[in-house]
Design a protein around this ligand. Structure first.
Ligand SMILES: *[C@@H]1O[C@H](CO)[C@@H](O)[C@H](O)[C@H]1NC(C)=O
Length: 147
């Protein structure tokens, strides 16, 4: 019995160490992107919905199948470099999208948004989560937030 409990404790500890990452609350995320210049409440709600369904607000989220990185699951196909040299559309490394601070993610997301707005008339359409879950009014995501 004691051995089992010790085992559990050890595994929990290892998990804590391995899964060391910053997970934003929805309001913290919304406030952070507002501070980066996105002030429209409709847009704040939609971005918050997207981050929820893309990463559950986990800054270290990686989809190894598609090669998407960070809280907004930005793709290595077009926007960030897999190497240690910054590159591709946002001139950044994919690794930089996993930092606790998400200003790099937001700057890149704005660029992706602008590109998709120009090409397809809807900047959010770059995100699969938007197409599946976040269309229409999403202001309820920020309704309890101090913004
Ligand atoms: C990309 O960023 C680096 C610094 O990280 C800079 O030296 C370089 O000029 C940038 N390249 C482009 C195309 O903006």
């Amino acid at each position: 019995m004691v051995v089992k409990q010790l085992q559990f404790l050890l595994i929990s500890l290892m998990c804590l160490i391995i899964c060391e990452c910053k997970v934003y609350s929805k309001c913290e995320f919304a406030r952070t992107i507002r501070n980066e210049g996105i002030t429209d409440r409709g847009q704040l709600g939609t971005w918050t919905c997207i981050a929820n369904y893309e990463s559950h607000f986990n800054t270290k989220a990686i989809n190894r199948n598609s090669g998407d990185y960070g809280i907004l699951q930005i793709s290595h196909l077009y926007w960030c470099s897999d190497s240690n040299q910054p590159g591709k559309g946002c001139n950044i490394t994919c690794k930089s999208l996993l930092a606790d601070e998400i200003n790099t993610d937001i700057t890149c997301a704005k660029k992706i948004f602008a590109e998709h707005q120009r090409l397809f008339g809807d900047g959010f359409s770059a995100w699969v989560a938007y197409q599946n879950y976040c269309r229409g009014d999403q202001t309820n995501w920020i309704s309890g937030c101090d913004i």
